[in-house]
Design a protein around this ligand. Structure first.
Ligand SMILES: C[S@@+](CC[C@H](N)C(=O)[O-])C[C@H]1O[C@@H](n2cnc3c(N)ncnc32)[C@H](O)[C@@H]1O
Ligand SMILES: Nc1nc2[nH]cc(C(=O)O)c2c(=O)[nH]1
Ligand code: SF4
Ligand SMILES: [Mg+2]
Length: 244
């Protein structure tokens, strides 16, 4: 019997709005459930119970059919996000099926859990959480995840670290992460403090101010020389709308 996966959203084609493969045309599969409760989570509906009626238990084959139904032949890249997809062992079946179909797979996770299928993912983004999130980092777990990904040379894969930065304490945390894993491509992302904003233009202004501040702080740092600074492009384009 094929195992099922709790799914909250399947959408696209759109573009990856964040991190290492920003701009990549992709479909999204958003799973339900998270082991964290970040204060500023822009996808809290995946874990706070507010969308529990919308969760569907789908097999990998069901998910493929949905992707094809909405994406047709207009995609060859799928991003799995959440919640934390790494809570779900059954996602290994989806990763394998997508590869069989000739589709590349990306995953977004915070680096708190491991599944062996992560080794099969093409674009792995690990996003440890800074102090403003209210979460604590399990450094031993993060070390072990990075070590396993870097040790396995069996397939071509892109791995990156991405830290959301709201303030000086977050910036100090980002430096700590970058120092600890110097060889891993490192991304700093502007934080969106207003995840329920209704006025997209006003939100854009705030996000550009935040980006301006972050670029300036990185420019002044002698520890952050080999890093990338990015906004959430999808938030600049579409505000806090779901499913884009
Ligand atoms: C919703 S999370 C889901 C995947 C996984 N739980 C994680 O946090 O990496 C996807 C990405 O959105 C980022 N994110 C969530 N809320 C945000 C906010 N308010 N501003 C900026 N980035 C945010 C997270 O840091 C993460 O990189
Ligand atoms: N376009 C777009 N890009 C994204 N990158 C990461 C996302 C996420 O919520 O994980 C996301 C999202 O929800 N939409
Ligand atoms: S780890 Fe990701 S999905 Fe979970 S609460 Fe934090 S930002 Fe949201
Ligand atoms: Mg998002």
């Amino acid at each position: 019997m094929a195992r099922t996966i709790p799914v909250l959203e399947i959408f696209g084609p759109t573009i990856q709005g964040e991190g290492m493969v920003i701009g990549q045309k992709t479909m999204f599969v958003r799973t339900a459930g998270c082991d964290y409760r970040c204060r500023w989570c822009d996808s809290a509906f995946t874990w706070d119970g507010s969308a529990k009626e919308e969760i569907e238990q789908l097999t990998a084959e069901d998910i493929w059919q949905r992707l094809e139904a909405i994406g047709g032949r207009r995609f060859r890249h799928v991003t799995i996000s959440g919640g934390n997809p790494l809570l779900l062992a059954a996602l290994g079946e989806l990763v394998a099926l997508l590869h069989e179909k000739g589709v590349q797979v990306a995953v977004e996770t915070q680096g708190s859990r491991w599944q062996d299928w992560l080794l099969d993912v093409d674009d792995v983004t690990i996003s440890p959480k800074p102090p403003s999130s209210g979460m604590d980092t399990d450094w031993a777990m993060l070390d072990s995840i990075i070590r396993k990904l870097l040790a396995d040379q069996n397939r071509t894969r892109r791995v990156s670290l991405k830290v959301v930065v709201f303030d000086e304490a977050d910036l100090a945390y980002a430096k700590e992460v970058h120092r600890r894993y110097p060889g891993v491509p490192f991304y700093l992302q502007t934080g969106n403090a207003d995840v329920e904003a209704l006025d997209t233009n006003a939100l854009r202004m705030k996000l550009f101010d935040q980006l301006d501040w972050l670029v300036e702080r990185v420019a002044q740092s002698d520890e952050l020389n080999d890093v990338h600074v990015l906004p959430q492009l999808h938030t600049l384009l579409w505000g806090t709308k779901r499913g884009v």
